[in-house]
Design a binder for this molecule. Structure first.
Ligand code: FE2
Length: 352
């Protein structure tokens, strides 16, 4: 399958992965896309889809948790967050159950790698973002040999870290354009609001409150709300910040397109970011991601477009790719496979 920007998708293409919506699907795998479907996806803020192509039939990025678990987790958060003034022990018990089921699925796997791009619409952005940040944080935690007990605590903290966003008007959260300085001040209140909601209304572990309050703090003191520095930020909060930044930058938002994996990797390893991030968490995370994940479309140095079909190479910047050569009518004539490690004259210049 191939991850294709929506503007490049032609009617007649078949969806290779369902587009989630709550604990169900907006469109299911196998759906043949029409112009109406493509427009509806665009309106809902889905700007990339996985589609089936002849050149990428065997490139199947594997998610680290099942689609059912991801959807169920997202729907549970939606139910809990929507009525955040009434966080009963029963509701928090549902969150704990979801947290433990994600940990169980991750611990069942030997080799963890973040291959898939999480598709989401604007409506369920906060919930799916929270789930993805949780999954990535746990992957880092597992890499760092955390115990099941620590991972369970981290999972609840991950699921709840952005609950303070529920107090921000949706018109600001989903604003299509630059935020004014007043709106930015409002957005930056969410860690403090999250802390208050969790501390006052739930029976959760105080660690969960701290992570909600500290997840936008930076090691060099440039974060918010308390401008804490490295020594004062809880280690689990620093770990979650790495996952949060990755997911936020990769995501499509009303005011920006998500960045490609290679661009986010470069940014997170840049000189300006290194003093802000926890280096151990960052190093562990970098072992879990690839600059050009399976199914990514790329532009080559000779101007052609290709799809990444195998990433098991020593140099992750030179994967195996396939190029579809087409005739004048746009029909595929043949598919050419190129092992970039054996083809020094050719390189990837960008993701599409
Ligand atoms: Fe946040």
């Amino acid at each position: 399958m191939q991850l294709v920007p929506l503007y490049m998708v032609k009617p007649g293409a078949a969806l290779a992965r369902s587009i989630p919506f709550g604990d169900n699907s907006l469109l299911t795998r196998g759906t043949i896309l029409t112009s109406a479907y493509i427009n509806a996806l665009r309106t809902r803020g889905v700007f990339k889809v996985y589609i089936e192509t002849d050149s990428s039939y065997d490139a199947v990025p594997k998610d680290v948790i099942s689609e059912e678990t991801r959807n169920h987790a997202s729907k549970t958060l939606q139910d809990v967050f929507t009525d955040f003034s009434d966080l009963t022990p029963r509701k928090m018990g549902l969150v704990t159950e979801v947290a433990h089921s994600i940990v169980d699925e991750l611990l069942d796997q030997e080799d963890l790698e973040l291959q898939t791009h999480d598709l989401r619409s604007f409506d369920d952005y906060t919930y799916r973002h929270s789930v993805n940040v949780t999954v990535i944080s746990l992957m880092i935690g597992k890499k760092r040999d955390m115990t099941r007990h620590e991972l369970n605590r981290l999972a609840v903290a991950g699921l709840m870290h952005d609950i303070g966003k529920m107090k921000i008007p949706i018109s600001i959260l989903n604003k299509n354009g630059r935020l004014s300085s007043d709106e930015l001040v409002e957005i930056r209140k969410h860690p403090d609001w999250g802390f208050s909601i969790l501390a006052q209304k739930t029976n959760t572990d105080p660690l969960v409150w701290s992570v909600a309050r500290q997840h936008h703090e930076m090691g060099d003191g440039s974060g918010y709300p308390d401008k804490l520095d490295n020594r004062d930020i809880h280690p689990l909060s620093k770990l979650l910040t790495v996952a949060d930044i990755w997911d936020a930058l990769r995501s499509d938002r009303p005011y920006k397109s998500g960045w490609s994996a290679d661009k986010v990797i470069d940014y997170m390893k840049s000189e300006s970011m290194l003093p802000k991030l926890d280096i151990e968490s960052l190093n562990s995370f970098m072992e879990l991601v690839k600059p050009f994940p399976l199914g990514t479309m790329v532009k080559l140095s000779d101007g052609r477009e290709a799809v990444v079909v195998c990433q098991d190479m020593e140099d992750s910047y030179r994967p195996v790719i396939r190029v579809s050569n087409v005739d004048e009518e746009g029909n595929t004539k043949n598919v050419e496979e190129i092992i970039l490690t054996d083809t020094p004259e050719l390189s990837i210049i960008s993701s599409i």
